[in-house]
Design a protein around this ligand. Sequence first.
Ligand code: SF4
Length: 582
Amino acid sequence: MIPHDPLERVLYIDLSRRTSSIEHRPDLFETLLGGTGVASRLLLEECPEGVDPLSPEAPVILAVGPLTGHFPMASKTTALFKSPHTGNLGESHAGGRSAIALRMAGIGALVIKGSSDIPVLLVISPHKVSFLDARSLWGLEVGATGRALREVAGDSGLRSIIRIGPAGERLITYACAVTETYRHFGRLGLGAVLGAKKLKAIIISGRGSLKTADRRLYRETYEEIFQKITRTDSLKKYHDLGTAVNILPLNQLGALPTYNLQKTSFEMAEKISGEYLAQRLLGRRLACAHCPVACIHLAALRTPYEDEAYFYKTTFISYDYELLYSLGSMIGIGQAEEVLRLLHRIDNLGLDAMSTGVVLAWATEAFKRGLVTTRETEGLEPDWGKTEIFLEMISALVQQKNDFYRALGRGVDYASSQYGGQEFALAFGGNEMPGYHTGPAAHLTHLTGARHSHLDSGGYSLDEKEETLQKTPQELAEHLFREESFRQILSSLVVCFFARSIYGYETASRALTTVGFNLSPEELRELGQKILKIKYRFKLREGFSFKDLRIPRRILETVSARGKIPEAFLREGLKIYAQLVS
Ligand code: SF4
């Protein structure tokens, strides 16, 4: 590490006392790089065992990495916290300008503890931390909060504004935090943790320059990486159609969860596909700071004014595959414009769109099977494809109208424990299902990944390439363990996962050398495993058990793209994974 690199500065915030302090922690960054590596160690240090995730003692940790600001696509910030949704490890990544803003503010990691007695806005700049009264913002939706803060915050184009909406304020356990309008710390409930701390928003800004260890080598390495990013076909697809390109192939494969995974192909897939959106609705593409890919697709949704002919209100809404699955096929919505209306509502309330879609899907099936009635739903009759009813249910859920909606506000695991229907409650480790019923590798990822996310070890992509049911559980578990370990390096650097084919161990090692870290590819490989094990140490400490993991019966009954998945196969894979991460 370059001596006195500001990356080593950890900013500690106490919201209860409204104090802040800086500690220099080269020990953390030299051994664990940054991002997830450093944040997972800080989580172990700062989070009391067994703490209530919504209590003042529960910390939120944001961290960037040694490549942030130096190399393209090192554009993400990692957030670690104890999840109120699963009661265990919470980890979420977001881009926008959050990473570069933290780095330019001269901070490698931020630890937020305590809770404020009134709603508060935290403003961080290089030599100053301010706590401002945010009572006038409390209750505002995400869009309005962003607009209000952009009016008063300086450094337009440089600063990052992270904020929560009403869902976070009301402690919905899968509330998200939004940054720069179109990026999210989406999964596992960071929004609720910030809401419990009465922290409505964080503004971070700074200007500066960064030092390199070897300018010539840095320029050469930068050029090599930049050329690979801009000339590689695998990244071009993220710019062209974005991940929405996956709808049609997954539908054709029989892997697109539809009607709460009662089916795996959707008769209206065409009209929620990336191709349909790009041809009819795509308004513009955006990029996170320091990324030449620009994969963020914004649809321009036009709504006519009632009393003025030929006048339209145009709203820009970001979309990607996961959102089109969860608010499209999963709940039977077969028209992209309708999915966008739901997305816009969910975004403004500050909910995680994936969990919300799966919750609505479970509620619809539970209603159709008679487990809940109009008494619970307050007169609503949920049914596949009914946008207006889903919009009303989302409002009722955020308002926490009654016990049923309060249960829905805690996710499908909890709701099904109260009303029945566990066999079709599609959550893994408490986290709602991503959009892949590709085969056993995908579901092993959802079960074993430290975040219970498809991103942890990308098993779906292995299912797409190989006959995974012909492999042994041992082979799959070992493959996923290697992949999840590798991804710990990406999320410690912190590099966008879309660049995983660019930043292999060799390239990451060279890039690190230019900024003062000397780690061979082999040492990085070992470090990835070490970071994964630190995360698992936290999970196990907080009560996670492979043995007790619930496998939703629906994923065993509905035939996947690779065939029917035997439970024994998954259980064996879990046993092996438990040994690998212990
Ligand atoms: S590829 Fe997309 S998500 Fe990744 S850094 Fe670039 S713009 Fe952000």
